[in-house]
Write a protein that binds this ligand. Structure first.
Ligand SMILES: [Fe+2]
Length: 160
């Protein structure tokens, strides 16, 4: 299985989004460790996967808000890519909840690699040249987003 480790080359030039990506990579690493350590620990694996689903929703909503605020011209394609990932992630998560014997970990991590690493490199990088020159707009839109989301309880597993 591959390893997910955020570094500067993954930066999209916007701190809050880099932090989200780093956090998601950390959760996926925790999931890999959970599978490697004790595959029978179904409860732990489900908890981490639930955190990945919840934080992906939060992160995608933030990214979509900031792209819209910057009038990113490829917003529709990006929304479509997010919708596909959300849908496939929920299918994988549901299958894992049903029981580990139903899933192939290799396939799960291949999906996570495509959904997060490839999406970051191929899609997220495209908004960087639109967002970075509009940083004031980005920061204001993020502040408004965080205020709107403050009622949302996202229980995160510590990022090690
Ligand atoms: Fe994205």
């Amino acid at each position: 299985m591959g390893s997910f480790s955020w570094n500067e080359e993954f930066s999209v030039g916007v701190h809050c989004l880099d932090t989200d990506h780093d956090l998601l990579f950390g959760l996926i690493n925790q999931l890999e460790s959970a599978f490697d350590g004790s595959p029978e620990d179904h409860h732990n694996i489900c908890s981490i996967l639930n955190a990945i689903v919840d934080y992906t929703d939060y992160h995608f909503a933030r990214e979509e808000t900031l792209m819209a605020a910057c009038a990113f011209p490829h917003l529709q394609e990006h929304l479509h890519s997010h919708d596909t990932i959300r849908r496939e992630l929920s299918v994988h998560a549901a299958r894992v909840r049903e029981g580990l014997e139903k899933i192939d970990p290799q396939q799960l991590f291949l999906f996570l690699s495509q959904a997060f690493l490839d999406h970051l490199k191929d899609e997220d990088k495209k908004y960087q040249p639109f967002m970075v020159p509009q940083m004031e707009t980005v920061l204001q839109a993020n502040e408004a987003f965080v205020r709107r989301q403050s009622h949302v309880d996202i229980t995160l597993i510590e990022n090690d």
